[in-house]
Design a protein around this ligand. Structure first.
Ligand code: HPA
Length: 281
């Protein structure tokens, strides 16, 4: 199976066309909302009705996820009555993928007509008030990955050269998330997500730096996908599952096992929240 070769104009356009041509007749729906599930947050995919499951390995031009806790399936069907594409597992920059590969599913969704995107992740709490198990509605981000997925020649048919990110996280979708949380009695936070490249967790000094920069949570994903989503004109809802207090905040070590464990426990709440938003959208 080919993988995408880079931001080369001809290749990315051709790859997208081939991927969309493969997927469209297999989905059984005309998808309107995309949902990317982060580490340990795969549960929502099981709630999809009339689910069609396509392993990433079967999809032309798809990279292969390498992290435990990421199943690597596209699930298409209905969720709260909405035609959705649920991506169970994402591609991370720290795996060695280029950002055009990390964001390839977002481009595929745009090609398939998806206008709204829900991105989820597991994140460490930089804000000392935030507790493991809580959900944070992302209000804004800090791109500290050192790279931007739009670097390179701009493909005008995908979006503008200099896209605006002033309201990257859609105010209306955030409001619907707050309402759904209130309805289900779920405690939610709101805050700023800082993306670092990883894969090492941060040092306590780096977390103090992030606190001074105004971050509330830290993780290793989401931001490239959101930039590409906005480039293509999609509306975005970002949700972080706070899985741990970041380095130095509570004084104990951060472990991937803890991150996945807490995310799995919190994934029921997150699934309810997303279904609530979808029912109201
Ligand atoms: N740091 C970075 N990424 C993370 C963390 C963290 O503490 N927890 C979950 N993802």
């Amino acid at each position: 199976m080919n993988t995408i070769l880079g931001a080369n104009e001809v290749n990315i356009g051709e790859c997208l066309a081939e991927t969309a041509t493969y997927l469209a007749p297999r989905l059984g729906i005309s998808p309107e909302i995309g949902i990317i599930l982060g580490s340990g947050l795969g549960l929502l995919a099981e709630a999809v009705e009339g689910a069609v499951r396509i392993p990433y390995g079967d999809i032309p031009h798809f990279p292969h996820p390498t992290v435990a806790g990421h199943a690597g399936n596209l699930v298409a069907g209905l969720l709260a009555g909405q035609p959705v594409l649920v991506w169970q597992g994402r591609f991370h920059y720290y795996e060695g993928h280029g950002l055009e590969q990390v964001t390839y599913p977002v481009r595929v969704m745009q090609k398939l007509g998806v206008r709204r995107l829900v991105v989820t992740n597991a994140a460490g709490a930089v804000n000392p008030l935030f507790q493991p198990g809580e959900t944070m509605i992302i209000t804004d981000h800090l791109n500290l990955m050192g790279h931007n997925p739009l670097r390179g020649p701009n493909l005008e048919e995908l979006g503008p050269r200099f896209p605006d990110l002033a309201a990257a996280y859609d105010p209306r979708l955030r409001e619907l998330a707050r309402q759904a949380a209130a309805e289900f009695g779920l405690a939610v936070r709101e805050g700023i997500y800082a993306a670092l490249p990883g894969p090492s967790y941060e040092t306590p000094a780096e977390i103090r730096m992030l606190q001074r920069l105004g971050a509330d949570a830290v993780g290793m994903s989401t931001v490239p996908e959101v930039i590409v989503a906005r480039h293509g004109g999609q509306r975005v809802l970002g949700l972080s599952c706070i899985t741990n207090q970041a380095a130095g905040v509570a004084g104990h070590a951060v472990s991937h096992a803890e991150v996945v464990e807490v995310a799995s426990r919190a994934s029921r709440d997150l699934a309810r929240l997303i279904k609530g938003v979808l029912a109201a959208v």
